[in-house]
Design a protein around this ligand. Structure first.
Ligand SMILES: [Zn+2]
Length: 238
């Protein structure tokens, strides 16, 4: 069995190293957060840390998409490129990147992001801010559900993007550890929301039952490729 996660990462590390490095970090924060949040004996303290970690990964994935689609300069504040090696400057933190809201605004100019998507993702930011500053105790069931709603949308918008239209994205195992992949795609609220998001997506022509995760969340896209909003399966329609 090929290591799909490595393939996805390696491809980006080879073709656009700074963007690839952002992707590696995004998946680390995402997997660390999900492992905490979906652990059997999760405490309220763990859940707070999980939200901060997942929110960080969402921001990084948004930056990944911009840095990949355009160039690293697209996420640099003031578009001022450092002299010399971009990768070295990036690793040394020699420049400031734009904020998350600016990233989302840029990405939404490329289409395919609905008002609802932006609203749901904004909720994670609000939740993170509320938790970090004011929350004493939290409702773990609620946090799991809100996170699931966000994670139905984020891979499609930020990680896969146009890869869905060339059938190369494979599935969410390309950036989720296998335990996290299975916790997420077997979580009821996540599966239900994936069905709704597939139907609402502007790129969907028709919806079918996914042959991998058996959820009614695989969309035949206008590009004639299939993309499942639950397990991330991407395939050509031939
Ligand atoms: Zn699926």
């Amino acid at each position: 069995v090929p290591d799909l996660r490595l393939t996805f990462m390696d491809r980006h590390l080879k073709t656009n190293r700074p963007a690839g490095l952002i992707l590696v970090n995004a998946t680390d924060f995402l997997n660390a957060g999900l492992a905490l949040l979906f652990a059997k004996n999760v405490t309220s303290r763990d859940a707070k840390l999980a939200i901060v970690s997942i929110q960080t990964s969402v921001e990084l994935l948004a930056k990944f998409r911009l840095a990949r689609d355009k160039a690293l300069s697209a996420i640099i504040r003031g578009n001022q490129l450092p002299r010399g090696s971009l990768t070295k400057a990036a690793q040394a933190g020699d420049f400031r990147t734009i904020g998350y809201s600016e990233c989302v605004k840029e990405i939404s100019k490329q289409g395919e992001i609905t008002e609802k998507d932006i609203e749901v993702i904004g909720r994670l930011q609000n939740l993170r801010n509320a938790l970090v500053h004011f929350a004493a105790s939290i409702d773990i069931a609620d946090v799991r559900i809100n996170t699931a709603w966000i994670l139905v949308r984020v891979p499609a918008m930020f990680a896969a993007g146009e890869d869905r239209d060339i059938g190369e994205f494979q599935n969410h195992r390309s950036f989720l550890d296998s335990d996290n992949f299975s916790s997420l795609i077997n979580f009821g609220p996540y599966r239900d929301d994936a069905v709704d998001v597939a139907a609402e997506n502007l790129g969907s022509e028709d919806i079918f039952r996914c042959w991998e995760c058996e959820n009614d969340s695989i969309s035949l896209r206008t590009s004639e490729t299939y993309y499942c909003y639950c397990c991330g399966l991407t395939a050509g329609s031939e």
